[in-house]
Unconditional design. Structure first.
Length: 256
């Protein structure tokens, strides 16, 4: 069963004050990195959480809206999905796939996800991306393992929201996507790779493959933005409201 962090409920503003359209960013939790064999290889890195951006989408009708923010996956585990729903509206993104594992105790391929996890030495395969089957895609596949280098068997990077993971003994993370919906440019949904460590929280970044243990993926995020012209601020049926980033004539709210 998927564990959901911060299951906020967003209650729409009073009748007549609800925006007819709004912008929405949904990023799922990043996948955890796989485990490697000491003295031989790293595990594959985790894939980024699914990245989905919607501009000017129609609201789903008056009533309560529910926001779920996916947690990042622990090592060897997928990230959790994120979602925004209410009335007739439902938008989701898929958690990132975990990276492949190979050591004395277990060996398995990487998993598919919003973006797929990376493969690893000697023959563990990467996972595919866009598990939700969306258009445009929410992410890309992980990379196969690279040529063994000074750290032992080469490993594949996790896929990102803009590109597949790179193939190299010093594996290059799949590129993320920059977005300024929050009011400042931020890169979301980068795959795990060499030197990334644990995924950054609230970005959906994948975790780095481990030696011997993989790092966890970063948690996801949900952000909405719409014009404040003629509208009251919404009310929150939650003990912990979202971060209010409103500025420049826009209501902007961020759930983490």
């Amino acid at each position: 069963m998927s564990y959901i962090i911060n299951p906020y409920r967003f209650a729409a503003a009073p009748s007549g004050s609800m925006p007819s359209t709004f912008d929405l960013l949904i990023v799922a939790g990043g996948g955890g990195g796989g485990d490697g064999q000491v003295g031989q290889n790293y595990g594959g890195s985790g894939g980024a959480g699914g990245y989905r951006m919607f501009s000017g989408i129609a609201n789903g009708g008056a009533g309560s809206y529910y926001i779920e923010v996916g947690a990042g996956g622990a090592n060897g585990s997928n990230g959790d999905d994120s979602a925004f729903s209410g009335g007739t509206l439902l938008r989701t993104s898929t958690g990132g796939g975990y990276g492949a594992t190979y050591n004395d105790y277990s060996s398995y391929d990487a998993d598919l996800g919003g973006s797929g996890g990376g493969g690893c030495y000697p023959s563990q395969s990467p996972g595919s991306g866009n598990a939700g089957g969306y258009t445009p895609v929410e992410g890309y596949g992980g990379a196969t393992y690279g040529t063994p280098g000074t750290w032992g068997g080469g490993t594949g990077a996790g896929g990102g929201s803009s590109a597949v993971g790179g193939v190299s003994s010093f594996w290059l993370a799949g590129a993320g996507t920059s977005n300024s919906i929050s009011g400042s440019p931020t890169t979301y949904a980068t795959g795990g790779g060499s030197g990334t460590g644990a995924g950054d929280p609230n970005t959906g970044e994948g975790g780095q493959g481990g030696y011997p243990t993989g790092d966890s993926g970063g948690s996801g995020v949900v952000i909405i933005k719409y014009s404040s012209s003629g509208l009251n601020a919404p009310t929150w049926d939650s003990t912990t409201p979202p971060t209010d980033l409103s500025a420049g004539g826009y209501y902007i709210y961020k759930w983490t």
